[in-house]
Design a protein around this ligand. Structure first.
Ligand SMILES: Nc1ncnc2c1ncn2[C@@H]1O[C@H](COP(=O)(O)OP(=O)(O)O)[C@@H](O)[C@H]1O
Ligand SMILES: [Mg+2]
Length: 270
């Protein structure tokens, strides 16, 4: 390593900067502008936007967003902040594309959480969204709810069905596939699973690519099933996908439905 950034700025790059470095094809310096957000900046923005009355500490830093524990008048809440990350090159070509994209993700996450909540799913209730920040219910008490991958379940079979029921509600009622469902994005709290982290969901609506819907469904369900292997539970993901498709297919995709249900597995129309 050792690029222009380190010469200009002798501080050791933070872990997250190093992580991002791996995602910029090894380019450092002028081409890569990284905007880190400090706790103070988040606190100032979130409070002035009216999303929180206090921001306590950062809980988690993902690829595109950071999670903060915050408060609304004494009640714990979660603040999810999409960060700007752009190359100088991209800025020249696309103007404010990168910040715009982050706002779109925050808005999508907020809207979809709201739709899932209204459909009766166990998701963190969304509270507000301004720009690249959204606030939602904090799942946990003095400790945040654990991710499913870190939990040992007493009745895994029941939980598998709870998760599939929740996901079916999302697919058949809200008409979205999650797109990143796994034991990382399911929290375990109050004896039931909570689905989180929805901004990359794909709409199963009249304009969708049905192949895309099916492959995301299969991947999500496969991820969930792979967590349950540790309990000796084995299910055929394709059978579960078929159940989903038998519950809902967009009106104008009925052809697709017929193809799927009429033809034997593995046989496709030319
Ligand atoms: N509403 C919430 N309540 C409690 N913990 C949360 C909440 N939302 C997120 N977290 C914690 O933060 C982690 C990252 O959040 P997530 O929305 O999955 O963002 P990322 O895009 O970084 O994966 C989650 O796996 C979970 O541990
Ligand atoms: Mg996540």
């Amino acid at each position: 390593m050792g690029g222009p950034v380190e010469k200009l700025n002798p501080r050791k790059p933070s872990a997250i900067t190093q992580k991002r470095h791996g995602e910029t094809d090894g380019r450092w310096g002028k081409e890569v502008e990284i905007s880190e957000i400090t706790l103070d900046e988040v606190r100032r923005d979130a409070v002035s936007f009216g999303l929180a009355t206090e921001v306590e500490y950062q809980m988690n830093a993902g690829k595109e967003a950071s999670i903060f524990r915050a408060q609304w008048k004494g009640h714990p809440i979660i603040l999810k902040v999409y960060r700007l990350w752009q190359t100088a090159q991209a800025v020249k070509k696309k103007g404010f594309f990168a910040p715009g994209k982050m706002q779109v993700l925050a808005a999508k996450e907020y809207d979809l959480l709201m739709a899932c909540f209204k459909a009766g799913m166990s998701v963190p209730t969304p509270i507000g969204r301004v720009g690249t920040m959204l606030s939602m219910r904090y799942i946990g008490n003095d400790r945040p709810a654990p991710q499913l991958r870190n939990v040992h379940l007493e009745d895994p079979e029941l939980v598998l069905y709870q998760i599939l029921d929740q996901y079916l509600l999302m697919y058949a009622t809200v008409h979205y596939v999650h797109g990143d469902l796994s034991a990382y994005n399911i929290l375990w709290w109050e004896n039931r699973p909570w689905i989180i982290d929805v901004p990359q969901a794909y709409e199963a609506g009249p304009w969708c690519e049905m192949d895309q819907v099916v492959s995301l469904l299969r991947r999500d369900i496969g991820n969930v099933l792979s967590y349950f292997k540790r309990y000796g539970i084995k299910r055929d993901p394709d059978e579960i996908v078929d159940v989903f498709l038998s519950e809902y297919v967009p009106e104008n995709m009925r052809n697709y439905d017929e193809q799927v249900s009429v033809l034997p597995r593995g046989v496709t129309l030319e």
